[in-house]
Design a binder for this molecule. Structure first.
Ligand SMILES: *[C@@H]1O[C@H](CO)[C@@H](O)[C@H](O)[C@H]1NC(C)=O
Length: 207
């Protein structure tokens, strides 16, 4: 799935260079596909207990250590849905969304204070000061590990910020006012071409 053919020439040059890089710039490439990527957002933090933790949609926010909250319409074959949390990332700049069947979808966004959130079904209730664009799926080719795909937001990885409850973290894109958050990568684990939930639970009004 990951193809070295996609690595731009400049990146290949960087990889083959013998001199160590003066700064720790992650080597990645942006696939040029116009397709949407269907992703189970999963923590990648080698050597940490958080590694491989699933990131779950819960009441309009994304968490590590909380279960997914999903809803379904009776007319739908709800028992066929796993309700696992999956997102869609478009590399065409359109932004990201929850991967759902509900018409109109559910928009993924970043709050002004950095927390990730998503809109309620049938609602475009993105907070007016939130950011919708800037999500991308990229592919990393570390020299010492296997290649992997990850989600980034405006070129950066994410943060897991503790909530005072053991093992529970809120996922942030940034958290300027906090010093207790852990930097994580969101690995883009392929979730297949179909959604896994009808809709994820979210409040209709957000503050
Ligand atoms: C998914 O969630 C819906 C709504 O809560 C529920 O009806 C359905 O049974 C769930 N599916 C599974 C496999 O748990």
């Amino acid at each position: 799935m990951l193809s070295n053919a996609l690595v731009p020439f400049a990146v290949l040059l960087a990889l083959s260079s013998a001199a160590p890089s003066p700064v720790d710039v992650p080597v990645h490439t942006i696939p040029q596909s116009r397709d949407d990527y269907h992703i189970y957002p999963t923590v990648k933090l080698d050597g940490s207990p958080l590694d491989k933790a699933l990131i779950n949609a819960n009441n309009g926010e994304l968490y590590i250590g909380k279960p997914t909250t999903a809803e379904c319409q009776e007319a739908y074959p709800c028992d066929t849905l796993s309700n696992a949390t999956a997102i869609i990332v478009s590399n065409n700049g359109a932004g990201a969304a929850m991967d759902v069947y509900v018409p109109g979808g559910q928009i993924l966004y970043v709050r002004k204070t950095g927390e990730l959130g998503y809109t309620a079904a049938h609602a475009q209730n993105v907070p007016s000061d939130a950011t919708q664009k800037g999500f991308m799926r990229v592919e990393f080719f570390p020299s010492d590990k296997s290649a992997y795909a990850a989600v980034i937001f405006h070129g950066e990885a994410f943060l897991a910020c503790p909530l005072g409850e053991e093992g529970v973290y809120r996922v942030h894109a940034f958290a300027d006012s906090r010093t207790d958050c852990t930097k994580i990568e969101i690995q883009a684990v392929d979730s297949g071409s179909e959604p896994h939930a009808y809709q994820y639970t979210a409040p209709y009004t957000v503050s």
